[in-house]
Design a protein around this ligand. Structure first.
Ligand code: FMN
Length: 334
């Protein structure tokens, strides 16, 4: 019997280091109740030995929420899976797609695609340690290996170890010669590879990731895959989530940018009292006015006022007033 809880992963926001921290996730949740959210990658050792409250805590509003972990020690991974479950995370996801040098040195991320047996052992020990779903996020290949048979057999090994959900970033990782940023752009997207994996394994949940920027693209991918995961285009333009809510989830009565800002202000108020710095929250809002009149002023205002270490709450309130005026100006001009 399958004891794992069912999660809807039609659209998810990708895990992104230095971006999808708890404040960003709270902000994103103000715009979407239906997307699945992922944490930034947390190394097993940090989760086990670090300041757990600081690294792993979250607001209940962020749920459903997955913890993404990086590691290759099966005992540590099992321990983190249990910690994730105990802390109320809805899913634990293993990172098999990050190609950075530092990550490779610690033997996690994309370099583990070369070691399917080890990955299967790790997944198995995580599956046995917790009742929440254990999922994997991987690339479609690495270096000179971009073959359906290799990827499919890697996925089948992980399936046999207990994973049913795979997030496939539809480009290979180059383990040397490219920076992490280049590795997100230079290897060509190969969506067909992902579609073919789903076709071959209809019982597995296959989520496609990489370069998705429009609702029409989401709809097209959903014809071939179970879900889409979107990273940069949501971080850069968070209000894209409202379009996703409207068009993909048929949600009515979505909040305006002004309403989102107001709710964030309430959160900011609480967080500042707990010692959070204003800029730690506000930096995620740089793209709130993406494509709108006044978006440049908004960005300039944020960078002039919010990134300073002494940013205070009054400044945030002042900025919010500017946002609200911008919103009114936008509405008047349309
Ligand atoms: C700033 C940044 C940080 C990232 N950090 C992570 C991470 O911690 N874990 C991970 O699996 N992928 C990470 N990624 C990759 C994204 O999750 C995603 O796979 C990639 O950006 C492709 O999706 P997109 O084209 O929709 O952005 C990161 C990407 C960016 C741009």
């Amino acid at each position: 019997m399958d004891t794992k809880k069912k999660i809807i992963r039609k659209v998810s926001v990708a895990p992104m280091m230095d971006c999808t921290d708890r404040h960003d996730r709270f902000f994103l949740r103000l715009m979407s109740k239906n997307v699945m959210l992922y944490s930034e990658m947390v190394a097993t050792k940090s989760a086990i030995h670090g300041d757990r409250k600081k690294i792993l805590s979250y607001s209940p509003e962020e749920k459903p929420l997955a913890l993404q972990v990086g590691g290759s020690d099966k005992n540590e991974l099992a321990e983190v899976a249990k910690i994730a479950e105990d802390m109320g995370y809805d899913e634990i996801n293993i990172n098999l797609g990050c190609p950075s040098k530092k990550v490779q040195k610690n033997k996690f991320g994309a370099c583990l695609m070369k070691e399917p047996e080890l990955v299967a052992e790790c997944i198995n020990s995580m599956v046995n340690a917790c009742k929440i779903p254990v999922t994997a996020k991987t690339r479609i290949g690495f270096d000179n290996t971009e073959e359906f048979d290799y990827l499919n057999s890697f996925i089948l090994k992980m399936r046999d170890a207990g994973t049913k959900t795979f997030i496939l970033h539809a480009r290979k990782a180059m383990l040397s010669g490219l920076s992490p940023k280049q590795n997100l752009n230079i290897p060509k997207l190969n969506y067909d590879m992902v579609y073919n994996i789903k076709k071959e394994n209809p019982n597995l949940e296959i989520i496609i990731n990489g370069g998705i920027t429009k609702v029409s693209e989401i709809n097209n991918h959903l014809k071939f895959c179970d879900g889409v995961m979107i990273g940069r285009s949501i971080y850069q333009n968070p209000y894209f989530l409202i379009e996703i809510e409207k068009e993909i989830f048929q949600t009515l009565n979505n909040p305006s940018r002004e309403q989102v800002a107001e709710k964030l202000l309430e959160y900011l108020d609480k967080e500042v009292k707990l010692g959070t710095k204003v800029n730690h929250i506000m930096r995620h809002t740089v793209g709130l006015y993406h494509g709108q009149i006044g978006s440049k002023d908004w960005k300039r205002y944020l960078s002039d006022n919010m990134m300073a270490r002494d940013s205070d709450f009054q400044k945030a309130k002042h900025i919010m007033k500017i946002v609200q005026n911008n919103e009114k100006a936008n509405q008047a001009s349309t």
